[in-house]
Design a protein around this ligand. Sequence first.
Ligand SMILES: [Zn+2]
Length: 116
Amino acid sequence: MLAESEIQKRQRELSQDHGGTPEESRAFSDAMHRLILLRKNLSKKSWFQLGSGFYCIMPKRSLRVVKWLGTIPAVGVCTSCDRLFTVPLTTLKSVADAQESLRVQFAEHKCKSAQA
Ligand SMILES: [Zn+2]
């Protein structure tokens, strides 16, 4: 994570020269703490809005929603092997169910790029 390494770098600089005010180093600790919290949330939650896309992120691969039915994700594609996943019609009633259906199909598919 770029922001995190930037903060670590700045923190090292601050601890090396004693020019950094206590307020400044506290501000950096706070920022660091927020990043750690964010990362904890990332591991719990697998769906993210990234730019204009909506993704299910997993280790080594991610799924991008390519078709929506209103606010409900209907079709997703594996960004590694281009495999499509379609939410069953019966599951297209709730966002949570549709997301879970896509996530399970995605988690269980044999990804070509992961096998290589
Ligand atoms: Zn795949």
